[in-house]
Write a protein that binds this ligand. Structure first.
Ligand SMILES: NC(=O)c1ccc[n+]([C@@H]2O[C@H](COP(=O)([O-])OP(=O)(O)OC[C@H]3O[C@@H](n4cnc5c(N)ncnc54)[C@H](OP(=O)(O)O)[C@@H]3O)[C@@H](O)[C@H]2O)c1
Length: 233
């Protein structure tokens, strides 16, 4: 193992913990053991942790189906958080892409803490010009949007509709689809139409007024991020 952790540091750390499911009031600040880095893993000194919608599902335990994986009565993992940006503090045996001291971002369980551990494949070098706070809200939401657009093989000139365009995933989907050369329509609430336009959408529909599935407009791709429309629509 290669490490940058000062020898004077103790093996505990500050973390946000939750003993039960609920709103943000279940969160507490406490001391927990610092995670140990294993082969193929990277120990990150967390500088910023993002709050994506999935982390909120894990905090509330809703929809209830998530509890089958995360613990029926209480969270199995007491430290929430997934999106992360920080500095590599140590690397386990076999890690080849990172060395202690470099800045990384990606997905690490229990990211709401001073340190978090992630598999090497879950991280990337942080792009120059991004702050830690900016980088920490990219991985899950942008990764989801990019995966969807990649699977759909979006090409220049195609018309793409994105629901939930003002949200985490949809906001990245709008910007990425525009950068791929698509003609993009974003669907959001009226209050956020300016925001979606500012992200580059060519057209914006207000879901409280416009029905994007009424058959008057056709799209090469509908990226259905929000609103739970029926399959028939
Ligand atoms: N499978 C995965 O890996 C993965 C990863 C990330 C997210 N997700 C899921 O994707 C969903 C969206 O996540 P997110 O992070 O983007 O959430 P978010 O930031 O809360 O965004 C949701 C957006 O949906 C919009 N919306 C609400 N009702 C709508 C309607 N009837 N029609 C169109 N848009 C509507 C909201 O717009 P207004 O604010 O303008 O009302 C909001 O901006 C969540 O269910 C999340 O769990 C899955």
């Amino acid at each position: 193992m290669s490490s940058h952790i000062p020898a004077t540091e103790t093996a505990t750390m500050l973390a946000i913990t939750q003993a039960r499911y609920g709103g943000s009031d279940v969160m507490r600040l406490g001391q927990v053991p610092r995670p140990v880095v294993r082969d193929g893993q990277v120990l990150i000194r967390v500088r910023a942790a993002g709050l994506d919608r999935g982390t909120e599902h894990l905090m509330t335990g809703k929809p209830y189906a998530v509890r089958l994986a995360t613990g029926l009565r209480r969270p199995k993992n007491a430290v929430p958080g997934r999106d992360v940006a920080g500095t590599v503090a140590a690397v386990g045996a076999g890690v080849t892409r990172f060395v202690p001291g470099v800045e990384v971002y990606g997905v690490a369980p229990s990211a709401f803490a001073e340190y978090a551990v992630a598999g090497e494949e879950k991280l990337a070098l942080m792009p120059a010009g991004l702050s830690f706070a900016q980088a920490s809200v990219v991985p899950i939401s942008a990764g989801t949007a990019l995966q969807a657009l990649t699977v759909a093989r979006v090409s220049p000139g195609q018309s793409v509709l994105v629901t939930g365009a003002s949200g985490g995933v949809g906001g990245y989907a709008v910007q990425l689809a525009v950068s791929l050369g698509a003609e993009v329509t974003g669907v959001c609430s009226r209050a956020k139409t300016d925001h979606v336009t500012a992200m580059g959408a060519h057209h914006v529909l207000d879901y409280t007024r416009d029905d994007w599935a009424d058959g008057t407009r056709r799209y090469d791709l509908v990226l259905d991020v929000a609103g739970n429309p029926s399959a028939r629509r």
